[in-house]
Design a protein around this ligand. Structure first.
Ligand code: SAM
Length: 288
């Protein structure tokens, strides 16, 4: 369905207290704002097309680190938090699916809903893991990035509210500004079951390696043509602890791993949803 017809079909479905004029205004705003957001997906699509030329084994995304590093993250961020018993999980920004496949191997029954803004990364996921997609254990979902409640609407359509064991996103939300990230965080707090886990890596300039990255990327930000990947967005432990606490999460991990782990740049964040009722009050901010 084209974006315009999708928006028009929603015209009658939204909040019935809104006047037709106001609904039309919202639709126009979404169309134009959506175009800006769509550019995020286009940037990642271009990244994939370029990386096909140099990525190991022709798999864009595999040029970031090595299997040892991915296994380390999986052990630290997933195996410690009951991944083997998960049944329903949402992954945001799965790329080629290197963490998706580890989750699927760990838990024989889990379904992973992979939500990404990049059509190219989603095609790559389908090419790499066609059998798992066909079996329904991977559900690839394109995000249009034009409404704050996009992930919530998907979860509701799939009957996932309060049924998710985990929402996770590795090396992806380091590129998403907190003003957009908050929509995913609120949605996670609305859709996780009590005790479900939110698992993220986020970029923190107060770690030694984070600060070094901030400096190293500086010149390229002024010369967009020289950038390989979209820019990083920055948070700190204080911000993360405050926001997750306010949404009903107990923050069970929020630290940069030890230097010898060879991954000490980003914050490893794990929140456990202990107080789901807290989040219910935030739903009104998502809906238009
Ligand atoms: C650096 S890649 C990481 C991919 C994968 N998680 C990995 O570690 O290999 C970033 C991923 O996040 C996706 N992404 C970027 N911005 C996003 C957003 N706002 N919402 C959802 N996905 C996003 C990109 O399309 C890409 O798949």
């Amino acid at each position: 369905m084209s974006k315009l017809s999708r928006l028009l079909s929603e015209l009658g479905a939204g909040d019935s207290t809104l006047s037709t004029r106001r609904r039309a205004q919202i639709i126009l705003q979404r169309l134009f704002h959506g175009r800006r957001q769509r550019a995020v997906g286009d940037t990642w699509d271009r990244y994939v097309q370029n990386a096909l030329g140099y990525a190991p084994d022709g798999v864009p995304g595999d040029e970031w680190g090595a299997a040892r590093l991915w296994d380390y993250r999986f052990a630290e961020l997933f195996q410690l938090y009951g991944v083997d018993a998960w049944r329903q999980a949402v992954e945001i920004g799965q790329g080629s699916g290197k963490y998706t496949e580890r989750v699927l191997q760990a838990s024989p029954r889990v379904v992973v809903h992979c939500l990404d803004v990049s059509r190219e990364f989603l095609s790559l996921l389908r090419r790499k893991h066609g059998a798992l997609c066909e079996a329904g254990r991977i559900q690839p979902v394109l995000l249009h990035g034009d409404r704050a409640d996009e992930m919530l609407r998907y979860c509701d359509a799939q009957g996932l509210r309060r049924r998710l064991d985990a929402v996770f996103s590795i090396d992806a939300m380091v590129h998403v500004d907190l003003q957009f990230l908050i929509a995913y965080l609120v949605t996670a707090s609305l859709c996780l079951r009590r005790g479900g886990h939110l698992i993220l890596t986020l970029a923190d300039p107060t770690t030694a390696r984070g600060f070094e990255k901030l400096l190293r990327d500086m010149r390229a930000m002024y010369l967009p043509g020289t950038r390989k990947a979209p820019q990083f967005q920055w948070v700190s432990g204080d911000i993360v602890r405050h926001v997750l606490g306010a949404l009903g999460f107990a923050v069970v991990r929020c630290d940069a791993p030890a230097p010898e782990s060879s991954t000490p740049r980003d914050l490893f964040v794990v929140g456990r949803l202990d107080d789901p009722a807290r989040a219910d009050g935030f739903e009104r901010y998502l809906a238009s």
